[in-house]
Design a binder for this molecule. Structure first.
Ligand SMILES: [Zn+2]
Length: 244
């Protein structure tokens, strides 16, 4: 397995901007810089220079800092082809099967529609990491703003088929709310109730709950565990109206 350095930069109320660095070459990238100042401060604090930005989807809390980071660093911006018209300062558009490189780290682009129609994930198989934006969360998944339950269910099942040890970098700290909902709908599952206890302790201590792993999500994410798209759709609708 190839080593990769990944750093979380908290932004807004519950976003994470991720920095990815190849320790071999020192090349770095920013994933979804919703807040340019936060991304630049995070790079500066580590003495890292970003050569690239990768966007997962067009929502402003993921792309709002694109122009600021590009102006300060001269980096190039890679974004989903299907949403490029709604994303600032794009240099390269990518779609299913395209490849991206951060130094010696090689990633592939997966189209994972559901949260938005053009949403993509960046999967670095050799490094065992995946940047999934607002598709898969720890114990949850993104809202269906544009796609259908069938699309999102297929996207989640595809991600869930990655090797269990794959580390999953989602873009929001929603784990506590997700864990409470998961416990509400699957109270008999100890993998879920035990994880809620751990998440409550972590959040009370101010700790980040990401990355998660594919194995953990197979065990304790109700949306991943749903048996079919219809069951997934019912769960997603129930979560939309759930107040913990
Ligand atoms: Zn979003």
């Amino acid at each position: 397995m190839r080593a990769a350095e990944v750093v979380a930069l908290p932004a807004f109320s519950d976003n994470y901007i991720w920095l990815l660095r190849d320790p071999e070459t020192g090349e770095a990238a920013v994933i979804d810089p919703g807040d340019g100042a936060v991304a630049l401060a995070g790079l500066k604090a580590r003495g890292w220079q970003a050569k690239q930005i990768f966007n997962t989807h067009w929502h402003p809390d993921h792309v709002g800092g694109n122009a600021e980071v590009k102006a300060a660093t001269g980096c190039t911006i890679t974004a989903p082809a299907a949403e490029a018209a709604r994303i600032p300062a794009v240099d390269r558009t990518v779609a299913e099967g395209d490849r991206v490189q951060v130094g010696a780290l090689d990633g592939e682009v997966w189209e994972v529609p559901g949260h938005t129609l053009g949403h993509i994930a960046y999967v670095f198989r050799e490094a065992g990491i995946a940047f999934v934006g607002d598709t898969l969360f720890a114990m949850g998944c993104g809202r269906l703003f544009e796609g259908t339950p069938e699309q999102m269910y297929a996207s989640l099942q595809r991600l869930a088929a990655l090797p269990g040890e794959t580390r999953v970098y989602a873009a929001h700290e929603y784990t506590l709310s997700n864990a409470r909902f998961a416990t509400h709908v699957m109270p008999e599952m100890t993998a879920i109730t035990d994880r809620l206890t751990r998440v409550e302790a972590d959040r009370a201590a101010g700790k980040i709950t990401l990355p998660t792993t594919i194995a953990e999500e197979r065990d304790s994410n109700p949306f991943v565990r749903a048996g079919n798209a219809a069951e997934f759709g019912r769960l997603r609708a129930a979560k939309d109206s759930y107040r913990s």
